[in-house]
Ligand binder design. Structure first.
Ligand code: SAM
Ligand code: SF4
Ligand code: F3S
Length: 439
């Protein structure tokens, strides 16, 4: 059987795209490979959100192109957001590349690979993709389920709307059908995906909403439902109610704030203020007291002076997120923010980033300390890569727990007692084996 190797950069959307490419290719007789050295088809699925993942992909592409000079029969393809953004420029820089596959072309991977045997293929389309698609997942107990593709928001810093196209919600019935199939296959946890899941249904004439979808999925025998990402502007009271009342919906909300200063939020075109965001958090915590809140934030956005950065620090102290993904602003070609005046020096960005990380790490550790002694429901995801005989799992609040246990427990729901807290999560001890989740 011919072998395919895919390396995936970027977000969960890209991970799902890679799983779908593998699923489709497997149906055509391709076998997945864990190494580029013994594969006949090499694909890198790229990300453009910041400069760094692009640089990494480009350097890897250089390596793969060299590999191809030694084994000319190999096919080399670039998929995903950077393929979409750079287009034919990639073919000029890397003549060894046989095909470019845009974000809306995932469903056509098999025919594109066949065509690429005889000529260079440039298949760039951002508004396609027609699920349901077969997927090949690493874990049979956990699955991504995309509910909406693309993004209409055009936040001023963001490349995603340019490379992923406009919002396309999948029909509710189709999503429920796919969820049923996943449950039949033994999936315990479904993670609903979208750049902004709260926009679900807007393009369907608002006949269906994200809360409607959660209620519909709640009727299935799923143990856990998680979702990401939520845009604060579109987070409705009905959604808070749905999360609180559908038992399988986990109490973890990823709610990117991006900045803790009104001037910067406006320049970012986020559509909310800091006080709106704080009020939303208050309402969420009032209705769902055990909720875990995570966020994304950027420092060094154009126009961010010392005062604006202080406001972000203060906002972080006030809100106390459970965890944050913190980035230095990276100008992206063609976005509005790239052209804004008052760009911040790289060194200053890095120094602000370090300061924010120190603050947030302290908050994460402190928040986790408060949970020591608690019994938590954990889905065992795998072995802890760092320690022999240790397993790693996630709680319903999406916190990481590491504990001693047998490999046979991977894929099971257990109750684990948190014994020691760290900024990344907990070390714990299994209490008993629990096959029935809360749902
Ligand atoms: N759709 C999600 C949202 O609205 O929050 C996620 C978008 S992006 C895939 C993930 C995160 O990358 C963003 O939340 C943002 O913090 C960060 N990001 C996006 N563009 C960036 C840029 N130009 N420079 C640095 N970070 C960026
Ligand atoms: Fe990018 Fe904003 Fe869309 Fe998120 S909501 S993908 S940050 S444009
Ligand atoms: Fe995701 Fe990166 Fe594309 S974050 S949507 S893979 S630009």
């Amino acid at each position: 059987m011919p072998k395919v190797w895919i390396d995936t950069f970027g977000c969960q959307m890209n991970e799902w795209d890679s799983q779908a490419m593998l699923g489709i290719l497997r149906q055509k007789g391709w076998e997945p490979s864990s190494s580029p050295l013994d594969a006949d088809l090499l694909i890198i699925n790229t990300c453009s959100v910041r400069k760094k993942p692009e640089e990494k992909a480009l350097s890897e592409l250089g390596y793969l192109a060299k590999l191809k000079t030694q084994k000319p029969h190999i096919l080399l393809g670039v998929a995903g957001c950077m393929a979409q953004r750079m287009g034919e420029e990639l073919l000029h820089r890397f003549p060894a590349v046989d095909f470019l596959l845009g974000t809306g072309q995932v469903q056509n991977i098999a025919s594109i690979v066949e065509e690429a045997r005889t000529k260079k293929i440039v298949a760039l389309d951002i508004n396609g993709c027609s699920p349901p698609l077969p997927t090949l997942r690493e874990k049979n107990f956990q699955a991504y389920l995309p509910i909406i593709f693309g993004c209409n928001n055009f936040c001023s810093y963001c490349i995603v709307p340019f490379v992923r196209g406009r919002e396309r919600s999948r029909p509710l019935e189709e999503i429920v059908e796919e969820a049923k199939r996943l449950v039949d296959e033994g999936v315990i946890e479904i993670i609903l995906l979208g750049q902004n899941v709260n926009a679900y249904g807007k393009d369907l004439g608002n006949t269906r909403s994200f809360p409607d979808l959660l209620y519909a999925l709640g009727k299935l025998p799923i143990k856990r439902i998680k979702f990401t990402t939520s845009h604060p502007r579109d987070f409705s009271p009905q959604l808070i109610e749905a999360i609180a009342s559908v038992p399988q919906v986990c109490h973890w909300i990823h709610l990117p704030i991006q900045a803790g200063d009104d001037k910067i939020l406006q320049l970012m075109r986020r559509g909310y203020t800091v006080s709106y965001y704080k009020e939303l958090v208050r309402k969420i915590r009032e209705r769902i007291p055990d909720v875990s809140l995570t966020t994304d934030v950027m420092v060094g956005f154009p126009g961010e002076g010392k005062e604006e950065f202080r406001n972000t620090l203060r906002t972080f102290e006030e809100i106390e997120f459970d965890q944050a993904f913190m980035f230095a602003f990276s100008p992206r070609p063609g976005t509005l923010a790239e052209k804004l005046p008052e760009q911040v020096e790289q060194e200053e960005k890095m120094s602000r980033l370090r300061e924010l990380i120190v603050l947030q790490n302290e908050i994460s550790r402190r928040k986790n300390m408060r949970l020591v002694g608690r019994s938590m429901e954990v889905l065992v995801e795998g072995e802890d890569p760092k320690g022999k005989g240790l397993l790693m799992g996630k709680t319903r609040e999406h916190k990481t727990v590491i504990f001693p246990g047998n490999k046979k427990l991977i894929g099971k729901l257990l109750r684990v007692k948190a014994e020691e807290a760290f900024l990344w999560g907990f070390r714990g001890k299994i209490e008993d084996e629990e096959r029935e989740g809360k749902g």
